[in-house]
Design a protein around this ligand. Structure first.
Ligand code: ADP
Ligand code: MG
Length: 501
């Protein structure tokens, strides 16, 4: 019940109040007239019946409205016919054309024109005119024809401007509401971008600082490592001193690896892109882990596609990506398991990809951690065992290759990481390579120079431009930011709004 009141309060409009007041006034006026006017008892009795009819249907109407307030538009149409029938009875029984109750038709016409607009208003005016003539019993001798025409003409003259004004008001209201929604959406987007920017700034400051520190530590560390190795050569095997020297060498090697990770994460790497068959790089990476895999009783399976096209990549960076993924998979399977490396081709949004899957049967990743995996320094490993930079480096390298990295994991079952490298089949090489064409999709933007994007007819190519930046269900990244307002981008409209690509 309380909910109903709340809903009615929220939806109650000026016109609803108008309808209600009109009925209350009609009722008070009716009884007032009955009490004070000098009327014959026979007319008074009939009038009393009419008022009871009016009260009954008002009770019915407002009960309906209370329970079905969301259907009020339909209920008001239904009540219009009851109101008109009430007026008909009232006028017919109080003197026909001589009755003053014809003004009731004006109130009905104005309210309905205001509520439903001028078209419905004209309909109500016509209906009222017909009913008025009928309620006057066609006794045209009681009224001069000019007077009757004037009364009817005013019905139409009222319905038109009120209806047009209310249509305009409704249109403006809807426009304001949609603008409000858009504003809210933009503000949310702005907030999101702002927090992203703050995060990025913090990270870049942190990255720079860690890079400086790492750089400072690197030289003394290699000196320590060098001396420890020399010391080891001079010591007798099996002695305590030899054991200590070995620990120093191992720990220095571990620290050097951490420093390498930190530096490769924070440094702007130079990419040497060449065409490679990714299968070769996967096998090369695996070779590096052969001993450790055997030691941990981890089985290796490979499913390498022999129809893999070559892709444009930086070999060393890619080996680093595979190494990070394989070493994470090994860490996730302390009791042994299987690691599967497969390669395949795939198409998404008309973009061709070479895909590498690294799948393990390890402990998996809980859902609440999945979102944080690619955050720099996020690690669940003990201090000294993980820097939390491996996956951030992978993501960075993949983005530099205009590719993507996807993860899928089930706790206690295993994890799969998929690397997506976009490639262009040779038969399509005549098409514009969109990453070179930074302005595709903007030719329809406001204020843009009238210029057709050469990639426009091939949506695949346009997708490709955005492919690097189309992730997690939204268009983001360099291109979208360049365009400014994503909604003005043809690609955005087709992929994100209409989802037809
Ligand atoms: P690190 O390996 O130094 O911890 P990463 O960025 O490589 O840093 O990985 C971050 C975290 O992601 C890991 O600490 C681990 O919790 C989780 N993770 C990564 N790969 C896997 C995997 N294959 N299985 C389970 N968890 C994983
Ligand atoms: Mg790692």
């Amino acid at each position: 019940m309380r909910e109903k009141w709340k809903h009615i309060k929220a939806e109650f409009e000026l016109a609803d109040a108008g309808f209600l007041i009109l009925r209350i006034v009609a009722l008070i006026g009716g009884y007032g007239w009955l009490a004070f006017a000098d009327i014959e008892p026979d007319v008074a009795r009939r009038f009393h019946y009419i008022l009871i009819y009016f009260i009954l249907y008002c009770v019915l109407l407002y009960t309906l409205l209370f329970w079905l307030f969301h259907k009020k538009q339909v209920i008001y149409v239904f009540s219009l016919f009851l109101d008109i029938s009430f007026l008909y009875l009232l006028i017919k029984n109080t003197g026909g054309f001589n009755s003053s109750y014809f003004v009731g038709f004006y109130l009905l016409t104005v309210l309905h024109s205001f509520y439903y607009g001028y078209i419905f208003g004209l309909f109500v005016a016509t209906l009222c005119s017909v009913v008025y003539v009928i309620s006057g019993n066609f006794e045209f001798e009681l009224i001069h024809w000019t007077e009757l025409s004037l009364r009817i003409a005013f019905l139409f003259l009222l319905s038109l401007p009120v209806g047009i004004l209310s249509d305009r008001l409704r249109y403006d209201k809807e426009k304001i509401e949609s603008l409000n929604k858009e504003l809210l959406h933009s503000m949310e987007e702005l907030k999101r971008l702002q927090s992203k920017l703050i995060k990025a700034e913090k990270l870049s400051a942190l990255g720079k600082m860690t890079a400086d520190v790492a750089h400072e530590i690197r030289n003394p560390l290699s000196v320590i490592g060098g001396f420890a190795k020399r010391l080891k050569k001079r010591l007798q095997p099996g002695t305590k001193e030899m054991e200590y020297a070995e620990i120093i060498v191992q720990e220095v090697m571990r620290l050097e690896k951490i420093l390498r990770d930190v530096l490769s994460f924070s440094r702007e790497a130079r990419y040497h892109l060449r065409h490679y068959n990714i299968n070769d790089l996967v096998l090369e990476s695996l070779r590096y882990f052969q001993d450790i895999l055997a030691e941990r009783s981890i089985k290796v399976e490979t499913e390498l596609s022999d129809k893999l096209p070559e892709v444009l990549i930086d070999r060393d960076q890619l080996i680093q990506v595979f190494n990070n993924l394989i070493s994470n998979a090994i860490d996730a399977m302390p009791e042994g398991g299987t690691i599967t490396l497969s390669t395949r081709v795939d198409t998404e949004h008309n973009v061709n990809f070479v895909v590498v899957d690294v799948v393990d049967t390890g402990h998996g990743i809980p859902e609440d951690k999945i979102d944080r995996l690619f955050e720099p320094f996020f690690t669940t490993k003990e201090i000294g065992h993980g820097t939390g930079l491996g996956l951030s480096i992978c993501k960075k390298i993949m983005e530099e290759h205009r590719g993507r990295i996807k993860v899928c994991s089930i706790v206690e079952k295993g994890t799969s990481f998929s690397l997506y490298f976009p490639y262009m089949p040779p038969e399509e090489s005549f098409k514009t390579q969109c990453w070179e064409y930074m302005k595709c999709g903007v030719e329809k933007a406001e204020g843009a120079i009238e210029r057709r994007c050469p990639a426009y007819p091939n949506y695949g190519r346009i997708c490709w431009v955005i492919a690097g930046t189309y992730c997690e269900g939204r268009v983001q990244g360099a291109i979208a930011q360049k365009i400014g307002d994503c909604k003005k981008c043809e690609f955005y409209n087709r992929v994100v709004i209409k989802k037809d690509l």
